[in-house]
Design a binder for this molecule. Structure first.
Ligand code: FPP
Length: 265
């Protein structure tokens, strides 16, 4: 059991709680929202929020790894984020260079392997190199996978996967009626994560309650936890609170929970 101080989101009341070590979500995905609002509240430029958000990534990656999380997926840049002002986009593109340039030794020390999903060929050359180097430098790590969604979009991912299956059909390698959900899942950018591809827990910070085109297929049975904290304020305690909330849920995957649900004849 891990002990932690739980802060009730509605009342602010702090109580000591226990996390069940046997029920840590294997895959946690986070929509890291609120960097801009965090900065605006401090009369700072939006990019100051992103910089602080990058430091939060370091804290949360280590905390998740220590708790026994197997995959931590972070939504760092969406296929729609190019619509932002170019100064902000340019800054966001430099962040992985800064992040991996300073943090890879810590990742290796914590046995954390870097993975990136998204249309990385559209990123600036320096960003692509930082990503490639980080993946290579952590390739032998066998602990948690730190999976960055970078220039990622759920709809685009599904379109690409569909195109790949359609090409197999056109080549006569596959009949349309033989396509299964598993096959489609394998074509997605999480296909290499195999049984860990689908998040158990999806967290979104900053009070917003929407998916914003994130992992549309993979979150079919994820538990959603929405938190008020802006991403730069997120820390180990907030992560533990989210996991605690997850542990109070009863996952049924479309079936019934034999302990609580009565069956109808
Ligand atoms: C959403 O907040 C956040 C982003 C679009 C960028 C997230 C990026 C980071 C947290 C840094 C990533 C670090 C690495 C290592 C790649 P927002 O800007 O939409 O906030 P707002 O809704 O308050 O304006």
């Amino acid at each position: 059991m891990f002990s932690f101080l739980n802060k009730d989101q509605a009342t602010g009341e702090v109580t000591e709680r226990q996390l069940d070590e046997q029920n840590i979500p294997a895959h946690i995905a986070i929509i890291m929202d609120g960097n801009g609002r965090w900065a605006q509240q401090r009369h700072l430029p939006r990019i100051a929020g992103h910089k602080q958000g990058m430091n939060t990534v370091k804290t949360v990656a280590k905390a998740a790894s220590h708790l026994g999380v197997k995959v931590l997926t972070l939504y760092a840049f969406s296929t729609e984020n190019w619509k932002r002002p170019s100064t902000e986009v340019n800054y966001l593109m430099k962040l992985p260079v800064d992040f991996f340039g300073t943090f890879v030794p810590d990742l290796v020390k914590n046995n954390i392997r870097v993975k990136v999903m998204g249309y990385t060929d559209q990123l600036p050359a320096a960003t692509q190199k930082a990503v490639r180097d980080a993946i290579a430098d952590t390739a032998d790590c066998t602990g948690m996978v730190l999976n960055f969604a970078l220039n990622y979009g759920g709809r685009a991912e599904l379109v690409t996967a569909t195109q790949q299956l359609a090409a197999q059909v056109q080549a006569g390698q596959l009949a349309p009626t033989d396509i299964t959900a598993d096959m489609l899942g394998q074509q997605l950018m999480t296909g290499d994560l195999a049984e860990l591809a689908d998040p158990d827990l999806l967290i979104r910070t900053s009070g917003e309650e929407r998916l914003s085109n994130f992992m549309l297929w993979q979150v079919a049975y994820s538990e959603f936890v929405f938190m008020q904290e802006h991403w730069p304020d997120f820390d180990q305690a907030t992560l533990e609170q989210a996991i605690y909330t997850y542990q109070q849920r009863h996952r049924r995957f479309g079936g019934l929970n034999p302990a609580t649900d009565t069956t109808k004849n």
